[in-house]
Design a protein around this ligand. Structure first.
Ligand code: ADE
Length: 239
């Protein structure tokens, strides 16, 4: 998969992509990440990329044309069509299903705004979808782009060492993850639950599922409300 990042700070996003699972996915040739800076496509001595908003108000708005040229360059630098995603707090909130959908595409162009945002005409003309990483405001789209890249990288086939672990992630089955324990068995903070030491894989799987259900009901009633519980789920929750 190829991801182009259009940003005033493309090296920042590239840095984030240098470590851990994302770095490994890049090294393994599963993912390539490329930066395009709209300032390189701006005109005049000052290479201006923003201006004051019409109608007044605080902050600056990113100009259409440098972004348009930067997007055209990013699109042209890879093969085949790319989906253009604009990271913005006004976008649809990202979830694991959204990450999965985007991770299956061959190409993405991530557009990162700064300041108050991007001229709406550019968004309407060039952007395929607008994505938010949560209901809070960051000072630019670079961290959201890095978040999206990380979530996508771990889903590329061959990125994780244990083939199972992405399937067992939180949210993959619509639930929060169960708790995890490692050595030592006894500790002043408590003991590892007996069931995990039992060697009984069916019992362990049941316990984990029950923990995941219980945690989701407690901590994320919004997620839990959207689920249809199976008979086994109900029986487990009653235990
Ligand atoms: N840019 C600024 N805040 C953002 C957010 N919450 N999600 C995506 N892009 C953003």
């Amino acid at each position: 998969m190829r991801i182009d990042v259009v940003s005033l700070f493309p090296e920042f996003v590239a840095q984030c992509a240098g470590f851990g699972v994302v770095g490994r996915a890049v090294e393994r040739g599963l993912l390539s990440i490329h930066g395009t800076n709209p300032r390189d496509f701006a005109e005049g001595n000052y290479r201006r990329v923003d201006d004051r908003p019409f109608g007044g108000g605080p902050g600056m708005v990113m100009l259409v044309d440098p972004l348009r040229r930067a997007l055209a360059s990013a699109r042209a630098s890879g093969d085949g069509p790319a989906r253009v995603v604009y990271l913005s707090p006004q976008g649809a909130r990202l979830d694991q299903a959204g990450v999965r959908r985007l991770s299956s595409l061959p190409r993405l162009v991530l557009l990162c705004g700064r300041y108050e945002g991007v001229d709406e005409r550019l968004v309407r003309a060039e952007v395929d979808e607008e994505v938010s990483i949560g209901d809070y405001v960051l000072s630019g789209g670079e961290l959201p782009a890095a978040v999206l890249i990380d979530a996508i990288a771990r889903l590329q086939s061959g990125a994780l060492n244990d083939a199972e672990s992405a399937a067992q992630d939180s949210f993959e089955d619509g639930l929060l993850d169960c708790p995890h324990y490692t050595r030592p068995v006894e500790h002043e903070f408590g003991a590892v639950p007996d069931v995990l030491l039992s060697g009984d894989h069916a019992r362990i799987a049941r316990w984990r599922w029950m923990q995941a259900l219980g945690r989701t009901a407690d901590r994320r009633p919004d997620l839990f409300a959207g689920r249809t519980l199976s008979k086994t789920d109900i029986a487990l929750l009653r235990e």
